[in-house]
Design a protein around this ligand. Sequence first.
Ligand SMILES: C[S@@+](CC[C@H](N)C(=O)[O-])C[C@H]1O[C@@H](n2cnc3c(N)ncnc32)[C@H](O)[C@@H]1O
Length: 279
Amino acid sequence: MSGAAASFKFDEIGLWSELKLEIVEKYGAAYTNAFRNATNLKKYYIDAFSGAGVHVSKRTGQTIDGSPARALKVVPPFDGFYFIDMDADKTAHLQKLCAGRTDVHVHTGDANNFLTKELLPAIQFRKFNRALCLLDPYGLHLDWEVIAQAGQSQAVDMFLNFPVMDMNRNAIWRNPDRVPQEGLERMTRFWGDDSWKEVAYAESAQKNLFFAPDMIKRGNEAIVAAFQERLKKVARFTFVPEPLAMRNSTNAVVYYLFFASQKPVAKKIIEDIFKRYQG
Ligand SMILES: C[S@@+](CC[C@H](N)C(=O)[O-])C[C@H]1O[C@@H](n2cnc3c(N)ncnc32)[C@H](O)[C@@H]1O
């Protein structure tokens, strides 16, 4: 065993991640069930920031199934699974978990690259295949192109981790002039262009020393609402319900869980599920 693999530890996850796992699992079962009579369609599960398939719960100290392991157990089953993570120790563990299964493809590498260049171009409404896609990075590591391709395929239902905590730590500051370049670039890559700056800041009524209006940082709600609109207008998802705020033990929002789809029935199912997890 290599040094890296010997020291490999499962990620510890908070309650908000456990709730996300339950939500995705519940929707997964409803999703495949909705296709049970559609024998002409192939339905895939894509987990783009998949993790190792197992975590440790911070709450209980026990191991807990991650999103790929839960997807594998969904009944009726998906026709195929794609798990992608850039951490080779995590994908090695996933490989073990899926040993002997010919319906699972595990990829080690950058999810943005794999999705935009190899996987999503093949998932198309007119090609009779559909996918449930979980985009669950820890922070601003997602490329807007993935989201745009998923929406424009007309064939993908998507869960998306909208990482407001990382945005507020690294890209959207009270004083926009002091934000490091790297944070600005990651935010722009996630958003797709730099129009997020117009949403994240408003002009104050007060003027600064140079007689220009001061800029005020707006709250999470403004940026979340603008992104919801962007998913519809730019990425072309037809239904983007209100996202669910995922909070940590101090009640701070860690991220918003977005869901987007082309189907009214999907919207209804997820709104029912989100309602049960609100607050
Ligand atoms: C929040 S965890 C995923 C948890 C998993 N979805 C679950 O609920 O069980 C995020 C994962 O993304 C991986 N990651 C980070 N950047 C990545 C990238 N560019 N491409 C692929 N995986 C990445 C990390 O190694 C980590 O395992």
